[in-house]
Every structure is written in structure tokens, then in C-alpha cells.
Design a protein around this ligand. Structure first.
Ligand code: HGY
Ligand code: MN
Ligand code: MN
Length: 419
């Protein structure tokens, strides 16, 4: 039986969360002075895990890492049931202080509150490797590895470092990990009775509806893909317009068609071209090739998948019509993820008890919970972020909202633990 949850000093929690965020926003924890930029196997990321690990060890947690570097900390011996909390503390390459990191330090605060008030909650904190994909272009990589949603060939060969082109496998080994044991990482979930991830919303729904908490009951699915268009690199000044094979025109047509298709599909479907590589990328040379990414998502599988298929065919056709070739290649895809009704209900009950404004919602952003939910009853808690700005250094969120989320999560876990 869990101890009853006493009243919680949210100001103290907010101050600790703010201190953790401020610390992890320092130059020791980001490779960039302009944004928060930290990802797998960099010294800055290593120091981030060491900071979180030290905080957890001071609470008596046993801290370890899985064979590729996902951090796992628990306050019960292996084999005993525990409730999972956590998120990720790697960042987007143009990241803010709060995406992922606020979820990990709020999970840390849940662990502190449990210890401080001797609540007896059996807890396991997980901080997933490479949620953003900043190191190898593969979003949710650590949790997809854990859930065996990748192949060994991809880890050994296809997944390559954005910085130096070496394989994920090589980088993991060079960092002292054992990627050959990657299949064992799934055992981190063996004892989990449930999972709650706290995260900033990364849009404006909570702000615009004046809610402090979002209880997430589903997460949008997505398709990540790449299009490589091959044209002919010619002189920008000497080549007449009717003799050109300019791949940037296929990119332009595809961008407008993506907007049209996603808008027409409706049902919350969105499409984005975020990465563009132009070769050679010179002012006075017609590009010989263009590679661009596609990020297509939505809360309805058929809708966003339909857009992904249609835009892939469109790009290949647009190239052909102009005498060029284009390849459309899926990078990865995850389906819409419904979350667990019992945990959602416990979170709503705990939120209601605080008297603070909250609402149910779905997540447009992807999260590691999409993987954990495959094997463990899971849900998420959102807090607002200012103007919905995220994946940008101007990202802002309020530690007081995170403190409220921590209290709600503690109460929900205590309720769920009482069966
Ligand atoms: O892009 C996403 O959905 C997540 O923030 N990595
Ligand atoms: Mn995130
Ligand atoms: Mn993100």
C-alpha cells in the first residue's frame, strides 16, 4: 500500500526543476552557443547523462545504461515491479532548453518527491538515447532500438552519423557501448507496470485555451522519407532556360504539391520539407542534384500515409516530366499511438484534484512513448510552451507548470499502485 500523498510544496519543486534546466542549458551541455545542441556520444551529452545520473544516485537509485546508451535508473531491485517515468535529454540541432529535458528533470522531481515524502513509489526513470535523431538522422532511435523496431543491418551500416558519415555501430563502440547486445535493451521494460512521459506541448493549444496541463490520449503517426532528384549541373549563366535539367524545380513543385495534399487531406495531417541538400550549392552553378526530406504526420493513419504515397509518386513524376530522375525512399515510419485509458483516467483524476485547468488532447509531435506504449500501458502529460515555439532556441516553458505536472504524476502513480 502506498503512503497517502501529502500536500506538495510546488514552489520548491519548481525551483529544483528550474535549477536543473538552467544547469543543463550551460555551455558544458551543448555543442552550440546559439541553441541547445546535444546528441549521442558527444562529451556534452555524456555530461548531461552524468548530471542526471548523479542526481538519481543521490536519491539512492541504481543507475545504468543499456547497451547503446539509454539511461535507466530504478529504486527497486531488478525483477520487482516499477512504474516508468522519463523522456529524453538529447536535443534537436537547433533545440531549446525544454524539449525533452524538462520531461527528464520533471521525472527526476517525481523521484525526489517520492524520496522526500517517503511515499514508497517503485520507480524507474528512463532517458532515451537519440529521440531527436540529431546524431544519425533517425528520430526515436533509442526507443526504437529498445522495442526492436530497427534491424542490425541498419545499426551496422545504414544509420550514419550526420557529422562524419561513420555508422551508428562504430560510434556506439567508440563511446564504449556494446551495440552487439542491442537486442537485450528491451529488458529495461520487463518490470514496468506503466509509463508516464511529461513533455512540453510544442504547439499553442494549452496556451490559447488557458490550460496548464494536457493529458495526452494519443500520439500522431508519421512518415519520414527522402527524395533525391538527379539533374545536370551546368553553368548558371551560359545555359539557356530550355536546355536545363534543374532539380531545384522538382523540389519547388513538390513543396507546393505537399502543401496542397496535406491541406486537402485535412484531419490534422501536416507535411514539412525540413532538410534540403543542394549539390554543388553555388550561386553560379545549376544544381546537379537535390536531396530533400519529407516529414508527414497526422492523427489518422490513412490520411498522412495517403499523402506520403501521393507526394512520393508526384516527385518521381515531376522529375520524369522534366527529363530527370527522382528516387523516393522511406526513412522510417510509426503508426498513430493510442494511449492507456486507465493511466489517462488516473492522470485526469489527479489533475482535477489540483483544481488547476487541464484538458485532454492528442500529440502532434512524436515521442518515445510511441515505442514504450507497444509493451507497457502508457500516457503523457503536457505543459504549455510560450507561443508554441519549439525546435528553436526561443522555446520557453514554466517550471511552475512542470512542478504541477510532477505532483499530478506522483498522485496518479500512487493511485494506480493502489490498484
Ligand atoms: O519531431 C518530433 O516530433 C520530436 O520532437 N522529435
Ligand atoms: Mn521531445
Ligand atoms: Mn523534439
Amino acid at each position: 500500500m502506498m503512503a497517502p500523498v501529502p500536500s506538495i510544496d510546488r514552489e520548491l519543486s519548481a525551483a529544483r526543476i528550474a535549477r536543473d534546466i538552467d544547469t543543463l542549458s550551460g555551455r558544458d551541455y551543448t555543442t552550440s552557443a546559439e541553441a541547445i545542441r546535444r546528441y549521442a556520444y558527444t562529451p556534452e551529452y555524456r555530461r548531461t547523462l552524468d548530471y542526471v545520473g548523479a542526481q538519481l544516485r543521490s536519491l539512492g537509485f541504481d543507475v545504468s545504461e543499456d547497451p547503446v546508451g539509454t539511461l535507466i535508473a530504478r529504486n527497486r531491485p531488478a525483477g520487482e515491479p516499477v512504474f516508468g517515468v522519463g523522456s529524453h535529454c538529447d536535443s534537436n540541432r537547433n533545440g531549446g532548453r525544454y524539449d525533452g529535458t524538462m520531461g527528464v528533470v520533471t521525472a527526476l522531481e517525481v523521484c525526489r518527491l517520492d524520496a522526500e515524502h517517503r511515499l514508497g513509489l517503485p520507480l524507474q526513470l528512463i532517458s532515451f538515447l537519440e529521440e531527436e535523431g540529431s546524431g544519425f538522422g533517425q528520430m526515436l532511435l533509442g526507443s526504437r532500438i529498445m522495442l526492436q523496431r530497427v534491424s542490425e543491418q541498419e545499426l551496422r551500416e545504414s544509420f550514419r552519423s550526420v557529422d562524419d558519415g561513420r555508422s551508428f555501430w562504430e560510434h556506439a563502440e567508440a563511446a564504449g557501448y556494446e551495440p552487439a547486445r542491442w537486442r537485450e535493451s528491451i529488458h529495461a521494460l520487463d518490470d514496468l507496470t506503466g509509463w508516464i512521459e511529461m513533455h512540453i506541448e510544442q504547439a499553442r493549444v494549452l496556451q490559447d485555451t488557458e490550460n496548464r496541463i494536457g493529458i495526452v490520449d494519443a500520439i500522431a503517426g508519421y512518415v519520414h522519407a527522402d527524395v533525391l532528384v538527379r539533374g545536370r549541373g551546368d553553368h548558371a549563366g551560359a545555359t539557356p532556360m530550355d536546355l536545363r535539367l534543374d532539380p531545384t524545380l522538382v523540389l519547388a513543385e513538390t513543396a507546393l504539391e505537399l502543401e496542397r495534399l496535406a491541406t486537402e487531406a485535412g484531419q490534422g495531417t501536416v507535411g514539412t520539407i525540413g532538410e534540403i541538400d543542394i549539390d554543388p550549392g553555388l550561386i553560379n552553378a545549376i544544381a546537379s542534384s537535390v536531396r530533400f526530406s519529407l516529414d508527414i504526420r497526422g492523427p489518422v493513419n490513412d490520411a498522412y500515409r495517403g499523402v506520403a504515397d501521393a507526394i512520393g509518386a508526384f516527385a518521381v513524376g515531376a522529375a520524369r516530366r522534366r527529363g530527370m530522375t527522382a528516387e523516393f525512399r522511406i526513412r522510417q515510419t510509426l503508426a498513430v499511438t493510442p494511449l492507456d485509458g486507465a493511466i489517462v483516467a488516473a492522470l485526469e483524476e489527479a489533475a482535477r484534484a489540483t483544481g488547476e485547468p487541464f484538458r485532454r488532447m492528442h500529440s502532434g509531435a512524436a515521442h518515445d512513448t510511441m515505442c514504450v506504449a507497444d509493451r507497457v500501458p502508457s500516457a503523457m502529460v503536457f505543459v504549455p510552451c510560450k507561443e508554441g515555439i519549439s525546435h528553436h532556441p526561443d522555446e520557453e516553458a514554466d517550471p511552475a507548470d512542470a512542478a504541477l505536472a510532477a505532483e499530478i504524476i506522483v498522485r496518479a502513480i500512487a493511485t494506480l499502485g493502489d490498484g
